[in-house]
Write a protein that binds this ligand. Structure first.
Ligand code: MG
Length: 158
């Protein structure tokens, strides 16, 4: 049995926080606002994995009203999502992510992001795709107010 899930997340840029994407701290003038570490890549992927299992969403499993998740390492949430789907007899076999942002350029950081995501998911780096694109200057992303991420996860089970 093959199942597919989709995830989306967005976060606003703020000063005074690190920019963490895919478990990597990326040098930039701004970080992302959020209750957790605001890792929008990990959040979109977590939702994609939960979605593939029809197991709810990140807000249901890790509510931002819960002090346990304050400044949480979102890669730990991602690993927890893998455990949720494993309990349902499902295993992540492949993921694909698109990050939409104007700045900074993510290209140089993508290999490290793939490696850290692969480790969290129990996959090899060639089973983890991360891509980046701009929004051509349009909308909130184009104005540099924040970023968005989209993710798809493929799960296998019996
Ligand atoms: Mg989020």
């Amino acid at each position: 049995m093959i199942r597919t899930g989709i995830g989306y997340d967005s976060h606003r840029f703020v000063e005074g926080r690190p920019l963490i994407l895919g478990g990597q701290t990326i040098p930039h003038t701004h970080g992302l606002a959020g209750h957790s570490d605001a890792d929008a890549v990990a959040h979109a992927l977590t939702d994609a994995i939960l979605g593939a299992a029809a197991a709810g969403d990140i807000g249901m499993h890790f509510p931002d009203t819960d002090p346990r998740w304050k400044d949480a390492d979102s890669m730990a949430l991602l690993r927890s999502a893998c455990e949720v789907v494993a309990a349902r007899g499902l295993r992540v076999v492949q993921v694909d992510v698109t990050v939409i942002l104007e700045r900074p350029r993510l290209g140089p950081h993508i290999p490290a992001m793939r490696t850290s995501l692969a480790a969290a998911l129990g996959l090899s780096a060639d089973e983890v795709s991360v891509k980046a694109t701009t929004n051509e200057g349009m909308g909130f992303i184009g104005r540099g107010e924040g970023i968005a991420t989209m993710a798809v996860a493929t799960l296998e089970g019996n």
